[in-house]
Design a binder for this molecule. Structure first.
Ligand code: CO
Length: 222
């Protein structure tokens, strides 16, 4: 219980400190939010999206889950995306992965943790999609780092393939999807320089990443 009390005490100090700098801060914040950014990142406790990029409350809309995945059947993620894009009109979606992600590693190792394995399943699809590329890397850690990066690329595609984003682009709304990756041991984000801002750019990205495996595909009977 003491540790919980400590959280509440820290919260008071944090609020006081912000008010000391800007007495009207919370009052103003209570009236509306106008964030420019939507963050889609991993739930990992070692990552602190807003404070690590110097943002204050109100500046970033945040969605987090294990391994920063965007499943097209995930109402939670889709609702966040829809609200962020259509109501808040954010201009930038940042998909942020991180090296050493436990979720990516679990999928990579084909480990069994229970229900979460189902959630992580798309990472194994990514792993198979890029089998040849991953196979070129000699060390396990290199392959895992690469898969963490590839997972970000695949999630950018996933965000771009949602009706929410495609409708926004159709309307001519400015909407960028960025890919970042974080190294916990450094505390530094790296821009993967794979920003997508239109359906044409998304198509280009899909073409570049799609590797049909015709030789392994079973022949269609009949
Ligand atoms: Co993670």
């Amino acid at each position: 219980m003491e540790r919980i009390q400590k959280l509440l005490k820290s919260n008071h100090q944090w609020a006081e400190q912000l008010k000391a700098d800007d007495p009207e801060f919370f009052e103003r914040l209570s009236e509306s939010q106008t964030p420019e950014f939507l963050w889609i990142g991993c739930s990992d406790s070692r990552i602190s999206p807003t404070s690590s990029v110097g943002m204050l409350p109100g500046e970033m809309f945040v969605h987090r889950n294990v391994a920063n995945l965007v499943h097209h059947g995930d109402m939670n993620c889709l609702a966040v995306l829809q609200f962020a894009v259509e109501v808040l009109k954010v201009e930038h979606v940042i998909v942020c992965g991180h090296y050493g992600c436990g979720g990516v590693k679990a999928a990579f190792d084909d480990a069994r943790y229970g229900l979460v394995d189902n959630w992580l399943r798309p990472i194994q699809d990514t792993m198979h999609k890029y089998e040849a590329e991953l196979g070129k890397l000699a060390e396990y850690d290199e392959r895992l780092d690469k898969l963490c990066e590839l997972n970000v690329i695949e999630q950018i595609i996933s965000v771009g393939e949602t009706t929410v984003v495609q409708d926004a682009w159709d309307r001519g709304q400015t909407l960028y999807i960025h890919g970042w990756i974080y190294r916990i041991a450094e505390g530094i984000y790296r821009d993967m320089k794979i920003t997508v801002r239109s359906l044409a750019e998304l198509d280009k990205m899909r073409q570049e990443t799609y590797r049909p495996k015709a030789e392994t595909r079973p022949a269609v009977p009949g």
